[in-house]
Design a protein around this ligand. Structure first.
Ligand SMILES: [Fe+2]
Length: 210
C-alpha cells in the first residue's frame, strides 16, 4: 500500500504572522485548505495504485488531473509556510539574511525596489486563482525569474521555487477583503529571506517526502 502524505506542522504558531496574516486565516488555510489537498491527493494516489494493478487505463487517465491539482496544492502550501516568517525576525531582512540572493536580485533588476515592483505587478495580474513565484531557472544559482502558476500548478520541474505567494482568495480575503494590494504589501514584511537564500544557493530538497 502506498505511503500516505500528512500535514506538515507550521514552523511557527498560528498567530505568529499577525498582524500581517490573522490567526483565523492561518488556522483555516493550514488545517482545512492544505489538509483537504492532502486528503484528496492520498485518495487519488490510492485509486491510482488500484487502477495500476488492474491495468485500468481509463481510470488512470482520469486521475491525472486530481493528482496534479491536489499534489500541487500540497507542494505549494508546504513551500509557502516555510517561505514565511514572523514579522520582525532576523530572517525578514533581505540584506542580512540573503547576501547571495540580494546580489543576484540587484544584478537582475537593478535594485530591490525594482524587483519588488515587478513582482507586485505579476501578482496583481493573476486572473483567478494562482501563485506568484521567484524562481531560479534550471537549478540553484540559476537565472532569476518572476513567474506565475495557475490554480495549484507547481513550479516547473527542474526550476527552484525560491519563494511563492499564494494569491487564492482563501489566503487573504477574510482579513483584506478585495484589497489584494494590501495583502501583497504585507507579505513583504514576512518573507523568510533566510529560507529564500538557502533555496537559491542549494535548491529545495524533498518537495514531498514519500
Ligand atoms: Fe492556499
Amino acid at each position: 500500500m502506498a505511503q500516505t502524505h500528512t500535514l506538515p506542522p507550521l514552523p511557527y504558531g498560528y498567530d505568529a504572522l499577525e498582524p500581517i496574516i490573522s490567526k483565523q486565516i492561518m488556522e483555516l488555510h493550514h488545517q482545512k485548505h492544505h489538509q483537504t489537498y492532502i486528503n484528496n491527493l492520498n485518495a487519488a494516489l490510492s485509486a491510482q495504485a488500484s487502477a495500476t494493478q488492474t491495468n485500468d487505463v481509463p481510470t488512470l487517465i482520469s486521475l491525472q488531473q486530481k493528482i496534479k491539482f491536489n499534489g500541487g496544492g500540497h507542494i505549494n502550501h508546504s513551500l509557502f509556510w516555510k517561505n514565511l516568517t514572523p514579522p520582525g525576525t532576523p530572517g525578514n531582512e533581505l540584506g542580512g539574511a540573503a547576501p547571495a540572493l540580494r546580489e543576484a536580485i540587484n544584478s537582475r533588476w537593478g535594485s530591490q525596489d525594482a524587483f519588488t515592483k515587478a513582482f507586485n505587478t505579476e501578482l496583481l495580474g493573476i486572473q483567478g486563482s494562482g501563485w506568484g513565484w521567484l524562481i531560479s531557472k534550471g537549478g540553484p544559482k540559476g537565472r532569476l525569474e518572476i513567474t506565475t502558476t495557475k490554480d495549484q500548478d507547481p513550479v516547473a520541474s527542474g526550476d527552484v521555487p525560491i519563494f511563492g505567494v499564494d494569491m487564492w482568495e482563501h489566503a487573504y480575503y477574510l482579513q483584506y477583503l478585495n484589497n489584494k494590494a494590501g495583502y501583497i504589501e504585507g507579505i513583504w514584511k514576512i518573507i523568510n529571506w533566510a529560507e529564500a537564500e538557502k533555496r537559491y544557493t542549494a535548491g529545495v530538497e524533498n518537495l514531498l517526502k514519500l
